[in-house]
Design a protein around this ligand. Structure first.
Ligand code: ZN
Length: 480
């Protein structure tokens, strides 16, 4: 499942290296046995690590036969740990869901939201308000009211977050879907006042948790992956920086409370982002990279005028798959044909090459040649071609156009198989260095918490059914 390719590469710099080295000297497990810790704190951003077992892509904490695996929040709840999730994506998105739910598909966001309530997750901050809204949900449950009735402080504005009572559980949902890309957030005063940054949410979460005897907090820079899926280098990098700022908040906290373990990692990379040398001499790479500073809009924002979409979408509702299928089956051949033609007319209603040049220049500072605008227009109409099918999309085409400006390019719009770093500071940090299996992290957390538990392991199973594109609806990331 998804997450931040870049996030992993973020904190291998001097500051963390130094901290890591000193933590290795000072916090050896044999000198500080786990059992002697008064208070354990884990701050981490990890995924697919929620049950320590290999599972099929798209499934959340269930084995090959669909039987639930115990997730880490359930296990630690039994040990009286306080548990929190913070993300810039929907709070029901795959990473937070991987710590605190068990469902047959990551798409089942309304069910994941219900499980958070049932599991009494102590702190939830992020996006995805619609999944808690009775108007959206097929079952018409008013989850916001149910959370309130269960004693949660329910918030939707950053100002409420700043003064939220620390003796209650928290549910803060600051957007109907994902929080905006940081690139758009920092360039829009209205968004800045309506939506908190990842660092602000992290600092608030730590204020809520700092007096607990034991806590685990998962913090996700959830939109880095989305920027990479879109081949949108600026969006990915701005969200990477936002993640870095959240790490700073955690490191500052760890200085005040050195018994806190911080683990920074990801479950995979996305898009194959590469900084390319460019020009006849390498010098051109540097000034091209500097062009990032001119970019003011994500591809998701530029997509609206480029595709002539309305400024605001119609609200969407949870779909009943069986009813949708019945409706589709009941259509006559003539009706299906008519809808196909209507869809094509809609797809072809995109900006002209001249408009494309203007829109992209206004959003990025790059004035593309007319010929490139003509090619890009084909992709915007869903009629473009790429020799490599995985890059046949409008966002990949826009990413290619901007690669001429930034010298940053991508290999695909899908997840990639890079080795990803895991770095840690604090008690037990030694366990998270070098090459380790992602599934080992779950075991390390439980060992350090003094819990003797492992989920059953299965032999490697072949993913069946849905292909990668169907597992994660990446087309949604190019929508605001
Ligand atoms: Zn992804």
């Amino acid at each position: 499942m998804c997450r931040s390719s870049l996030a992993n590469r973020s904190r291998t710099g001097d500051e963390l290296d130094e901290s890591l080295q000193s933590s290795r000297r000072e916090n050896r497990l044999d000198e500080h046995p786990v059992a002697q810790f008064d208070r354990h704190r884990f701050l981490g951003r990890v995924f697919r690590l929620g049950s320590g077992a290999r599972i099929i892509n798209g499934v959340v904490n269930q084995n090959g036969e669909g039987k639930p695996l115990k997730h880490i929040f359930e296990i630690l709840a039994n040990e009286r740990w306080t548990r929190g999730l913070v993300t810039t994506a929907e709070i029901t998105h795959a990473t937070p869901a991987g710590f605190a739910s068990s469902v047959s598909s990551r798409d089942k966001a309304p069910e994941i939201a219900s499980q958070y309530l049932k599991g009494k997750v102590d702190l939830l901050l992020g996006g995805g308000a619609k999944y808690f809204d009775k108007a959206y949900r097929l079952d018409k449950r008013d989850l916001l009211r149910e959370f309130r009735d269960a004693g949660y402080a329910v918030m939707e504005k950053p100002a409420e977050l700043a003064v939220a009572p620390t003796n209650k559980r928290w549910l803060g949902l600051f957007s109907r879907s994902h929080l905006p890309f940081t690139l758009d957030h920092v360039h829009d005063p209205k968004l800045l006042s309506n939506v908190p940054t990842l660092a602000t949410m992290t600092a608030a979460a730590l204020r809520r948790l700092e007096n607990e005897s034991h806590f685990i907090l998962q913090v996700e820079g959830g939109r880095i992956d989305h920027g990479c899926h879109n081949n949108d280098a600026a969006a990915a990098l701005y969200d990477q920086i936002a993640f870095d700022e959240a790490i700073d908040v955690c490191l500052e906290y760890q200085k005040r409370d050195p018994e806190t373990l911080i683990v920074i990692t990801t479950d995979h990379a996305t898009g194959g982002l590469a900084l390319n040398g460019s020009g006849d001499s390498y010098g051109q790479s540097i000034w091209q990279f500097r062009n990032l500073q001119d970019i003011k809009q994500s591809f998701a924002v530029m997509a609206r005028p480029l595709k002539r979409l309305p400024a605001v979408d119609e609200p969407d509702f949870e779909k009943d798959d069986a009813a949708e299928k019945n409706k589709e089956d009941a259509k006559s051949a003539a009706q299906k044909e008519r809808e196909k033609v209507e869809k094509k007319i809609k797809e072809e209603n995109v900006a002209t090459p001249t408009e494309i040049i203007q829109i992209v220049e206004a959003g990025t500072g790059y004035k593309m040649p007319y010929r490139k605008a003509e090619l890009l227009r084909q992709s915007l109409m869903n009629a473009g071609e790429s020799i490599f099918d995985t890059r046949k999309s409008d966002t990949a085409a826009l990413g290619d156009v901007l690669a001429n400006y930034l010298a940053i390019s991508f290999t695909s719009t899908a997840h990639t198989a890079d080795h990803v770093p895991v770095v840690a500071i604090g008690p037990g940090a030694e366990r998270f260095g070098g090459y380790i299996q992602n599934t080992d992290i779950f075991g390390h957390y439980l060992d350090l918490a003094g819990v003797d538990f492992r989920n059953p392991q299965e032999p490697l199973i072949e993913a069946r059914g849905r292909d990668a594109g169907a597992v994660e609806d990446i087309a949604r990331y190019s929508q605001v």
